[in-house]
Design a protein around this ligand. Structure first.
Ligand SMILES: Nc1nc2c(ncn2[C@@H]2O[C@H](COP(=O)(O)OP(=O)(O)OP(=O)(O)O)[C@@H](O)[C@H]2O)c(=O)[nH]1
Ligand SMILES: [Mg+2]
Length: 640
């Protein structure tokens, strides 16, 4: 490792929250030395409009600040910033106390599942100490029953610097308790900004919420699913060779114009995820929200993305204030989402936050009413245990699941998928139909498939007693049309291993089953063979031979087919059949003729040689042509 590349111990993203003008940006500046407002308009109007960023190293913790606007018109910008936050710095001005966006921002943080934070009572220099004490009490009351209950409440002044040291101490302490984002998982970076930088090209920024990015890595841009190359990385204001989950990260991407990227898109590990427009989720409404009707359209915010969603309540006609339910969300625009992602719902008019939820199935199927597989799966997603989820996925998908499908659906690492498969296979909940790369199917599905195949094989034997067995493709069409070919193959292997079937080439038959001919049938078969053998090349008329048999004509036909399949008889045309011995004899005659008289064979000579009439001579010669024993040249044959 080269000098200066010393990695920071821990990266924690701190997001501000609170009402307009309560001193969020001023506090970030007082803490970090960087004023987060960057836009000309922000400076002119003295308010924050869009997200701002700053950094502070405290001991071995690097805090990345995301400063959000308090104005109610810019809540959507606040939402884009709030998604990657580990720690909330809830700002309440001591001269105003709790105001509407204090509530809305705090609701959002709760719905996003943020687990830790600190309350800063700002502008302490503007009020008497007893007022400050009163506002602290109000803040304490305000967060009671939430994740911030018991959190530090610190009075500060950006102007005098009072309380800043205490606030820093509290930040370090809170940061120590943060679980930290996982650098070993798949890469995900929800983009909050894209801009052009002279000499570099396109740069995107965001909080790397998962995984590790390195220079020269390939990434996939969602939802466009385009592959891009990482040309350079910046974090905390300096060039780095790699960035880890939890860091504010600027990515210089090659192969793309700045205009082609916007906030809401995301970078991810290439080739494993799919953008989605249909999500199953648990949705929760705020106590302050109006009733949500089934199929209502709302604003949907997830990561830095924003789109419109129709909320299909599963099993309910309406969701009352404070209530929770399972729902399927249909998104107007595709996004990259994964199970466990949080989202926020806002009403159209008036534009207020009404609720939010957690993604259960990001690639949800359409639900039919009383869909057992879907209900199982949703239950498993909610419980969150990997083995339960994979078992339910396998049950829901009756075609067979492969590694790529499982990862796209779950976001798990390959090692996690393998471990889960092993656990479930040992518990006999799933069957591994291909070991490498793994493909699985639920045991229920495999058992049903095996039973179905057995039934079809038996049925076939019953309907076709004189045929040896069913062709594989026919069986697949009847019993296993829905499953992947690998699964069908595994089902046959399983039946064969249990010695229930025998597979010979393309034919599947019940084990121990011979073509069972009755004594009468065996005799009739023998009789056919004999008649043709005796006749030699002067073959008898097929229907006459069959007509003389003591079995019905359908059976007689089958017996003829068996003899042909056994190659006892040779079919020259539909109505002209010879015994194999006769054909063999004919070949010998041809060879002898060629030796004695040369290769040219006029039709008349052939008739004489074979001792057959013209009626037989032509089809026989055509047969010999097909068999490449002779070749037609004008009116003659050449013996090959
Ligand atoms: N006296 C005093 N004034 C403060 C303090 N903190 C902020 N201010 C002033 O309050 C006003 C608003 O501060 P900002 O930091 O812009 O407030 P904000 O919460 O970021 O506002 P928005 O981003 O627009 O929501 C500015 O004029 C600041 O100078 C403080 O501690 N003491
Ligand atoms: Mg501000």
């Amino acid at each position: 490792m080269h000098r200066g590349a010393k990695t920071m111990g821990k990266h924690v993203i701190v997001g501000t929250a609170g009402h307009i003008d309560h001193g969020k940006s001023a506090l970030v500046e007082a803490l970090t030395g960087t004023h987060p407002d960057r836009l000309e308009e922000e400076k002119r109007r003295g308010i924050t409009i869009d997200l701002g960023f700053a950094f502070l190293d405290l001991g071995d913790v690097r805090l990345g600040f995301v400063d959000v606007p308090g104005h109610e018109r810019f809540v959507r910008n606040m939402l884009a910033g709030a998604s990657g936050i580990d720690l909330i710095l809830l700002v309440v001005a001591s001269d105003e106390s709790i105001k509407p966006q204090t509530r809305e921002h705090f609701d959002i943080c709760r719905l996003l599942g943020i687990e830790r934070g600190i309350v800063a009572i700002t502008k302490a220099d503007l009020v008497e100490p007893d007022v400050l004490g009163l506002v602290k009490l109000e803040a304490e009351e305000f967060v009671r029953g939430s994740f911030l209950e018991g959190a530090a409440i610190v009075g500060v002044s950006a102007k005098t610097g009072a309380g800043l040291e205490e606030l820093k101490r509290e930040l370090v302490q809170a940061a120590a308790a943060i679980r930290g984002k996982d650098a070993a998982r798949h890469v995900r970076l929800p983009i909050d900004r894209a801009f052009a930088m002279k000499g570099f090209g396109t740069v995107v920024t965001g909080t790397l919420i998962s995984g590790t990015l390195r220079v020269e890595d390939e990434v996939e841009l969602f939802p466009t699913e385009r592959r891009l190359r990482v040309r350079g990385l910046h974090s905390g204001g300096r060039a780095v060779s790699r960035a880890e989950a939890g860091q504010r990260t600027a990515v210089n991407v090659a192969d793309v114009e700045t205009e082609e990227i916007e906030r809401g898109m995301a970078l991810a590990t290439p080739g494993i995820f799919q953008a989605t427009q249909r999500i199953d989720a648990r949705v929760t409404l705020l106590p302050s929200a109006p009733t949500l009707k089934n199929r209502a359209r709302v604003h949907f915010h997830q990561g830095t993305a924003e789109t419109v969603a129709a909320v299909n309540l599963l099993g309910e006609n309406a969701l009352a204030a404070g209530g929770t339910t399972l729902a399927q969300l249909r998104l107007d625009q595709p996004i990259l989402a994964l199970p466990g992602d949080r989202f926020i719902l806002r009403q159209f008019s008036p534009l207020v936050t009404i609720g939010g939820g957690v993604v259960l199935d990001a690639l949800a199927p359409r639900h039919k009413k009383s869909d057992l597989g879907a209900a199982r799966l949703l239950g498993a997603w909610e419980r969150g245990a990997r083995d339960g989820i994979l078992a339910a996925l396998a049950f829901e998908d009756s075609r067979g699941l492969d590694m790529a499908q499982i990862i796209a659906r779950t976001g798990w690492l390959e090692t996690e998928v393998r471990a889960t498969i092993q656990k479930l296979a040992e518990a006999q909940k799933i069957r591994v139909v291909v070991p490498q790369p793994p493909m699985v199917i639920s045991t229920e599905e495999m058992d049903a498939l095996v039973r179905e195949a057995e039934r079809e094989i038996d049925e076939f034997h019953k309907k076709n007693p004189l045929l040896p067995g069913i062709a594989k493709e026919d069986l697949r069409g009847r019993a296993a049309g829905r499953v992947k070919p690998e699964v069908f193959r595994a089902a046959l292997d399983e039946l064969a291993a249990q010695r229930k079937i025998v597979v010979t080439g393309d034919v599947v038959q019940r084990a121990g089953r011979e073509i069972a001919l009755s004594v009468e049938e065996s005799r009739a078969k023998e009789q056919i063979a004999q008649e043709f053998e005796c006749a030699g090349l002067a073959a008898p008329v097929v229907n006459e031979v069959l007509g003389k048999l003591p079995v019905d004509s359908r059976r007689a036909q089958k017996l003829l087919q068996i003899l042909i399949r056994e190659k006892t008889l040779v079919k020259v045309t539909e109505n002209l059949v010879f015994h194999a011995a006769a054909v063999k004899h004919l070949k010998q005659l041809l060879a002898a003729y060629k030796k004695g008289k040369g290769e040219r064979l006029p039709i008349a000579a052939f008739k004489e040689l074979a001792g057959v009439s013209r009626k037989y001579a032509i089809p026989l010669l055509e047969y010999l042509d097909r068999e490449r024993l002779t070749r037609r040249v004008g009116d003659e044959r050449v013996i090959l």
